[in-house]
Design a protein around this ligand. Structure first.
Ligand code: HEC
Length: 168
């Protein structure tokens, strides 16, 4: 092989290697931008729960990726990933409590606080709890989801080293 040919071969190899490296980088970049929230609920549950979610105006205060409400004015925690932070039993008890602030203290003015949904029919509370418990967050975004929740609930931007009682 002549010297000129060898140079061309090396140049082609370098271009191919650069292309491969770029493709790999794009691949990992795409993963960073992947939406970390999802629901593990069957479609019928999701649909029925979303009807209640609208009917009881949860969306006036809470954000949920699947149901953006841009007019939202209350700094309520987002509910995306809530099923990775709270158990189904906790969620059912919270929705059933005559005074939700006894379970989760509020820093907000009374009119912005989580209302009591204790008066809803038990099957509706069950359905909402099932659906909320199905809203998961992928592991790589769990810690950031915890931090965002903590910030909404307390106004503090950083998580304490340990959070007694705030977990399942
Ligand atoms: C008036 C505004 C408002 C409405 C309407 C509302 N919420 Fe809330 N919700 C809040 C606020 C604010 C909090 C945080 C606790 C507090 O400050 O009372 C909260 C907390 C929660 C939490 C606990 C979140 C966490 O981080 O642990 C869940 C779950 C929840 N709400 C579900 C619902 C569901 C389901 C509905 C509809 C049936 C609903 N909320 C309707 C304002 C609201």
């Amino acid at each position: 092989m002549r010297r000129g040919e060898r140079i061309i071969l090396w140049a082609v190899a370098a271009v191919l290697a650069a292309g491969l490296a770029r493709a790999l980088m794009l691949e990992s970049g795409a993963r960073d931008k992947e939406i970390p929230f999802y629901s593990a609920a069957p479609p019928e549950t999701a649909r029925a729960a979303m009807d209640l979610y609208r009917k009881y105006r949860c969306k006036d205060c809470h954000s949920l990726y699947t149901l953006r409400d841009m007019l939202q004015a209350v700094p309520a925690p987002m509910l995306d990933g809530i099923g990775s932070l709270r158990s189904r039993d906790w969620l059912f008890a919270y929705l059933s409590s005559p005074d939700p602030q006894q379970i989760l203290p509020s820093r907000l003015k009374p009119q912005y606080r989580m209302p009591s949904f204790a008066a809803l029919p038990v099957d509706e509370r069950n359905l909402l709890a099932d659906y909320l418990a199905s809203l998961k967050v992928k592991d790589w975004y769990l810690q950031e989801t915890r931090r965002l929740e903590h910030e909404k609930l307390t106004g503090e931007a950083t998580l304490p080293a340990s959070q007694p009682g705030s977990d399942k």
